[in-house]
Write a protein that binds this ligand. Sequence first.
Ligand code: CMP
Length: 136
Amino acid sequence: STERTLVLIKPDGVRRQLSGAILARIEAKGYVLAELKKLSAGRELLEQHYAEHEGKPFYEPLLEFMQSGPVVAAIFEGERVIEGFRSLAGVTDPTTAAPGTIRGDFGRDWGLAVQQNLVHGSDSVESAEREIAIWF
Ligand code: CMP
């Protein structure tokens, strides 16, 4: 059925001026851009967004990284967009993400404490609605 998903272009993607290229790929696959904004995320917002990762070794580096520059937040809509965007994004580790995916084509390991992997996408209908309420 028709779903909505939250897409974030993380600070590495914005810094590298890949926002347009990333949004173009999602639109080209056929998903509809419903909302779009650029913002600097504060710690409180990020604590809510990443609540499930609290306590993991990469949690603090992740919050630091996500505050290192502006992000682009978008809502995309379409049939099975949650699954479709995650397929388009590729696996979490950009080194092994398949060529043809956003992470596989534009990302790599930079030897840092956190995976800088360009984009975030919601992983379920429940997390999409939760995350959209946080960011929009
Ligand atoms: P994201 O899908 O936004 O959710 C959590 C983020 O933490 C993830 O993308 C990566 O940026 C980062 N991350 C996840 N697992 C690891 C890991 N094992 N080491 C470093 N960073 C990670």
